[in-house]
Design a protein around this ligand. Structure first.
Ligand SMILES: Cc1cc2nc3c(=O)[nH]c(=O)nc-3n(C[C@H](O)[C@H](O)[C@H](O)COP(=O)(O)OP(=O)(O)OC[C@H]3O[C@@H](n4cnc5c(N)ncnc54)[C@H](O)[C@@H]3O)c2cc1C
Length: 413
């Protein structure tokens, strides 16, 4: 019987190395460099490239991909343990070649791309030379692809793409966009939409404006409102078969959601560490904060909630490895997606509060983390949609009863 919470010693050595490397070499970069996706920032690249070389030499580069897709293929459980370290720093995923949204884009290019597409887009993405953008959400359509209106119409040998998308993250730094568009409006969206790989320099690819999160300045804003205006493409730009966009999006978003959750654990632990340090360091007339029952309750609640969330994420990761089929773990991933913003919000709010005025200041990370919690409640679909998924899937295991007397629950009383 296999039921084990231990990490094998060999991999633990790698995790220990990562822990130290991220703490000493990578986390400080968050304070001095700008945007990990801006590959034209030569100053940043000069610092990042040698760090990336160390990660590659150690065999820890692009660990979200299996060997057939160009990575070492550690699987999701090991990836979860790695991301629980990498999520501490904005730059760490870039140093390890597994940053969203490039990681998900690489995954679908590897799965569905042709060889020329892999050579042109996937390889430089995997090598960390370029950034990419996943452009799906529409201003009026949000999380629901059945409402999308961005379309691509055949004109001779070409496709003509028109429409608007928003919150297309990192568009300003992207060398290419993966765009979901209606190609057959006469059939269901599940079969009538296609994915296109659109090089950034294609005429008609327009950024209307870059939108910031929270108090981000316009200069730092990187979630683009896009207008695709008579963008001319060919069949070579199609990712997968025409009509297959919905299935491709499911593969991409399933992985993306669980990876966000793994990195969120790192943020939770960071906030928790700061909470505990503060509780031991700050004294009132009645002694250290840590000696007060009300504070101990906050620490205990936070620890329990983090551990519960970690177990849920690890179990979902284990099931992904076991079944190798995202459809079989849909409700596990949806459950993780639902749990994530609440635990993130609750723990960070307590940590912020225990830090007093310092906690709400821009010298601490808590306000950014709080916005991060709400971002996790929206990005890749709002909480309510995922709750519906969990409930629908769970209810599949139950049957209605004809007569009240047949209910086991009634017999139980
Ligand atoms: C920081 C950030 C980065 C993002 N990056 C990307 C990206 O790179 N590419 C991309 O394509 N998209 C991206 N998104 C968009 C994200 O996927 C959407 O925000 C999300 O799908 C929700 O769509 P919406 O914002 O239009 O909200 P809406 O659809 O307007 O939903 C608003 C609210 O309405 C309610 N609601 C909506 N639908 C339902 C429903 N079916 N049942 C019950 N309640 C419902 C919920 O309370 C929800 O929070 C990003 C978003 C953020 C915040």
């Amino acid at each position: 019987m296999a039921w084990d919470f231990e990490t094998d010693p060999e991999f633990q050595t790698e995790l220990d190395w990562m822990n130290e490397f991220v703490r000493d070499e990578v986390e400080p970069l968050d304070f001095v460099l700008d945007d990990p996706y801006d590959k034209s920032d030569e100053r940043a690249m000069e610092i990042l490239r040698p760090l990336q070389a160390q990660v590659k030499a150690r065999g820890l580069w692009a660990c979200h991909l299996g060997p057939e897709l160009g990575g070492p293929g550690y699987g999701q459980v090991k990836l979860a343990l790695m991301n629980q370290i990498l999520g501490r720093s904005g730059f760490a995923p870039t140093v390890f070649g597994c940053q969203a949204p490039d990681s998900g884009n690489a995954e679908i290019l590897a799965h569905f791309g042709t060889q020329p597409q892999k050579d042109r887009f996937l390889q430089p993405l995997l090598d960390g030379e370029i950034s990419s953008c996943y452009s799906m959400t529409e201003p009026h359509g949000g999380a629901d692809p059945t409402l999308f209106t961005t379309n691509a119409v055949k004109d001779g040998d070409e496709w003509v793409l028109n429409g608007e998308k928003w919150f297309s993250s990192n568009a300003r730094y992207a060398s290419f966009f993966i765009v979901m568009a209606v190609t057959n409006p006469d059939i269901s969206a599940y079969e009538g939409m296609s994915m296109f790989i659109v090089p950034a320099e294609t005429p008609g690819v327009n950024i209307i404006r870059n939108v910031g999160i929270g108090t981000e300045s316009e200069e730092d804003a990187s979630h683009a409102y896009m207008r695709y205006e008579n963008v001319r493409l060919t069949d070579d730009n199609l990712l997968g078969e025409p009509g297959s966009a919905f299935g491709i999006a499911q593969v991409r978003l399933g992985g993306g959601r669980i990876h966000h959750a793994m990195r969120t654990i790192a943020q939770l632990e960071k906030a928790f560490d700061m909470m505990c340090e503060r509780a031991l360091s700050r004294s009132t007339r009645n002694g250290p904060l840590a000696s007060l029952g009300v504070v101990q309750e906050q620490i205990a609640d936070s620890w329990i909630e983090i551990e519960q969330f970690k177990l849920l994420v690890m179990r979902a990761a284990w099931k992904i490895d076991k079944y190798n089929d995202y459809r079989r773990v849909r409700h596990d991933i949806a459950a993780v997606k639902v749990a994530m913003p609440k635990v993130y919000h609750d723990v960070v709010l307590r940590a912020m509060h225990l830090h007093g005025a310092l906690g709400v200041s821009n010298e601490m990370p808590f306000t950014r983390m709080l916005i991060g919690a709400e971002v996790m409640a929206l990005a890749d679909g709002p909480t309510e949609v995922h709750k519906t998924t969990v409930a629908r899937q769970v209810l599949r295991d139950y049957k209605p009863i004809d007569r009240i007397g047949e209910s086991l629950l009634v017999f139980a009383f």
